[in-house]
Design a protein around this ligand. Structure first.
Ligand SMILES: NC(=O)c1ccc[n+]([C@@H]2O[C@H](COP(=O)([O-])OP(=O)(O)OC[C@H]3O[C@@H](n4cnc5c(N)ncnc54)[C@H](OP(=O)(O)O)[C@@H]3O)[C@@H](O)[C@H]2O)c1
Length: 251
């Protein structure tokens, strides 16, 4: 009985935008915290409280990577806020479960703090060593993935004249090779952050694993959905070489 009631706890899918708004608010708050620490050499609010906690594990990330990582995450969330409100045309009927909503809120909060929390001890000190190569690779991958994810969201939005005009097969950009290229781009964004920290940031590694696992499941459901809702001949004519679900050459 209670399980049936729980399963009815759904919210509109366009509440996805809340994840990015709250994530962006955390990112801007984090930026104030770090700037205050750098300029005034004093903890502001959150870092003042964190100092009472065990600082073990907060020397893992270097200072420059934390600053660059927070900037990258802030740019990612800013773009997603822009796309959510001004590009995407979500249907009014699509829903998600409330538990999914709570996980989403927690996920973006964790990812924002993951960009600097494990480097908190290094933040107030001078930089010891700069890892230029990993930083450059990470930035280039991040920009490349962000451009393609934006293109894919524009393509998806262009398929809808209005919010109730249903679904069609998307074409163009990475949609020519993948069923869910916007998900693949999301994976690359988290991969770029992991590269920036040279895979030393445990929170971001968890974020990458979660993104790959979660989005791979959704991608396979999306593939099935297209197979059920569109005639096989039409689909095969559009993509004679087939398409990978989410990761080119892999799945
Ligand atoms: N890191 C993570 O764990 C995580 C988790 C989830 C999402 N994300 C990211 O958030 C972004 C959005 O994810 P999502 O799951 O909402 O993507 P999605 O289900 O593909 O939907 C994106 C938008 O495009 C519309 N759409 C999708 N396929 C369409 C089609 N064939 N024809 C017309 N419109 C179509 C959707 O309409 P409806 O409103 O009708 O659905 C929705 O408005 C993605 O870039 C994804 O990578 C990340």
């Amino acid at each position: 009985m209670w399980a049936t009631q729980l399963s009815k706890l759904i919210v509109p899918k366009h509440y996805f935008s809340h994840f990015y708004v709250i994530g962006l608010a955390f990112a801007l708050f984090s930026a104030i915290e770090l700037t205050y620490l750098q300029l005034c050499h004093q903890p502001f609010l959150l870092i003042r409280v964190l100092k009472y906690d065990n600082m073990e594990g907060t020397q893992r990330l270097d200072k420059h990577a934390c600053i660059v990582g927070l900037i990258m995450m802030t740019l990612h969330l800013t773009r997603r806020v822009y796309e959510s409100f001004w590009i995407e045309k979500p249907s009014k009927t699509a829903t998600m479960h409330f538990s999914h909503y709570l996980i989403g809120l927690g996920f973006y909060g964790a990812m924002v703090f993951g960009t600097w929390l494990e480097g908190l001890s290094s933040l107030g000190k001078p930089q010891v060593e700069t890892h230029l190569f990993s930083t450059m690779v990470a930035i280039i991958l991040f920009v490349y993935a962000s451009i393609h994810q934006h293109n894919c969201h524009v393509i998806l939005a262009s398929l809808r004249k209005d919010t109730d005009s249903g679904y069609t097969i998307p074409r163009g950009d990475w949609f020519e090779w993948l069923v869910t290229p916007h998900y693949f781009a999301d994976i690359l964004v988290y991969l770029s952050l992991c590269i920036l920290y040279r895979f030393q940031g445990h929170i971001l590694i968890c974020g990458l694993v979660w993104t790959i696992t979660n989005l791979s499941v959704v991608a396979s459901e999306t593939k099935l959905w297209y197979q059920v809702h569109f005639p096989t001949e039409k689909y095969n004519l559009a993509f004679p070489n087939g398409r990978w679900n989410i990761i080119p050459g892999c799945y």
